[in-house]
Design a protein around this ligand. Structure first.
Ligand SMILES: [Fe+2]
Length: 470
């Protein structure tokens, strides 16, 4: 209910209104959804599931996936795996307008992990693409060619509409399949997925069975071969297993998923940035050092001042471990990174931070907690219109199951929380407005279980909190 009608003139009426507003503020711990999902165990899809099917034909390329290949959207990295022999690393591609066929040459990587040897992993970067153009591409030249397509983003600019999908902690369970299907059939039609970490969960299997990296690659191909997924590293990408002699963190992940980190002057593939349409996306790593003087810290310190909001109004950060999380799972795991970087996010007016890790959904109000200096005792989050909204979207459906236990009462900073699997979309309309919605797997494809109009923090920093919109 809003405050409408004529304003009262007497001071007693004002006191009454102020009292009412105070009660609203004090009682507002946000909403804990009453939606009750059927309690059932999350189970991985068996190896002979149709979604894991190996494409027929000798040395047929499999696990085809694409991501942005440069800083501003005119390049695409195409990756795939062949298993019988290395085969060709060439991508043949053409725009639907010109039909002139072009070639890009890739490179082949392999790796061993304990008793597993990978297939031949190809990565080829296509450069100098035209914006806003549909391209067909073919891999598997010489043996079993397979054809796919993608659409390049519009040229970077402040009022370019664009729709991102948000998926995290996907895994390869029956619930994961539902999440991906709901994303694909969502009428809002996401054009690029911002993936907030934890891909295959192969590390949950004996000896981190890397066969489950392959099955995951085949499972998600139906989406990621046709639209880029922007990768964030989660803890399940670490694959750190000294007990079986595997001591190099991120080995399978870095061999299989390439990102354009050098284009943003990053020195490692775990933190980097891209521009896409009207968004500037910064990817951070919860599992790489971020203390002062570390490469990630130094990079981010130099990166944030570079963001030109007149060119890319929407500043979005992806990281795996959430900073504001009121579930009892992974509680405060993001705290040390928050302590290091939160003041910068407020200073540079980040619009939204997406994280995963907690297997549930939560959206915060705009809050910050940056006043504490060890001795002053000021250590409570406060409403802050320069602060981002923090969204935990680790509800992709992996086999570890849902996080259902929450901190009670719901903290004031938490606007909405619910223990259901799902995905979200972030639909940028122009430089001032973006429409965000979260979709749970138990509903129909078009149903929005939670939503929010975002007002851009640089161009229109009005109060867009849940209170002000209700
Ligand atoms: Fe995680």
């Amino acid at each position: 209910m809003g405050l409408r009608g004529s304003f009262p003139s007497s001071s007693s009426s004002w006191v009454a209104i102020i009292l009412v507003l105070n009660v609203v503020v004090m009682c507002n711990g946000g909403k804990t959804s009453t939606f009750v999902r059927k309690v059932e165990k999350t189970v991985d899809m068996p190896l002979d599931s149709d979604v894991f099917q190996i494409p027929p034909g000798y040395n047929a390329p499999q696990q085809v996936h694409i991501t942005q290949g440069d800083h501003f959207g005119k390049a695409v990295i195409v990756s795939w795996v062949t298993v019988d022999e290395p085969g060709s690393s060439t991508v043949i591609y053409w725009s639907e307008n010109s039909k002139e066929k072009k070639h890009a040459e890739g490179k082949i990587h392999t790796y061993k992990f304990y008793n597993y040897t990978s297939g031949f992993i190809h990565h080829a970067t296509i450069i100098n693409l035209k914006f806003n153009t549909k391209y067909q591409y073919v891999v598997g030249i010489g043996h079993t060619p397979r054809q796919f397509w993608f659409i390049t983003p519009p040229e970077v600019g402040p009022d370019v509409p664009y729709t991102f999908g948000l998926i995290g902690d996907l895994g390869q369970s029956f619930d994961s399949n539902k999440t991906l299907t709901h994303y694909e059939l969502n009428p809002q039609k996401g054009k690029t997925v911002l993936f907030v970490g934890d891909l295959s969960y192969a590390d949950n299997y004996p000896n981190h069975d890397n066969v489950r990296w392959d099955t995951w690659g085949r499972f998600v191909e139906r989406s990621v071969a046709y639209q880029p997924w922007i990768w964030t590293a989660g803890n399940h990408e670490l694959d750190f297993a000294p007990e079986i002699g595997e001591t190099k963190p991120f080995k399978p992940y870095t061999h299989r998923y390439h990102v354009p980190y050098k284009a943003s002057k990053s020195t490692a593939p775990f933190w980097y940035s891209i521009k896409r349409a009207s968004a500037y996306i910064i990817v951070l790593s919860s599992y790489s050092a971020y203390g002062k003087y570390t490469p990630q810290y130094t990079w981010l310190e130099e990166e944030l001042p570079k963001v030109n909001r007149a060119e890319t109004p929407w500043l979005i950060v992806l990281t795996h471990s959430p900073w504001y999380n009121s579930y009892n799972y992974h509680y405060m795991e993001g705290e040390t990174m928050r302590v290091m970087f939160e003041a910068w996010f407020v200073k540079y007016k980040v619009d939204v931070v997406f994280a995963g890790h907690v297997h549930a959904y939560e959206r915060s109000e705009r809050v910050s907690n940056i006043a504490y200096n060890v001795v002053n005792g000021i250590c409570t989050p406060v409403r802050d219109q320069s602060a981002p909204v923090y969204i935990t979207i680790g509800d992709g459906g992996n086999l570890e199951g849902l996080a259902t236990k929450m901190t009670e009462p719901q903290p004031e900073y938490s606007a909405y929380r619910e223990a259901s699997f799902g995905h979200a979309t972030f639909d940028i309309k122009n430089r001032t407005h973006a429409y965000y919605s979260w979709h749970r797997n138990h509903d129909g494809y078009a149903v929005e279980a939670d939503s929010m109009w975002f007002f851009n923090r640089y161009w229109s920093p009005v109060d867009d909190s849940t209170n002000s919109q209700s």
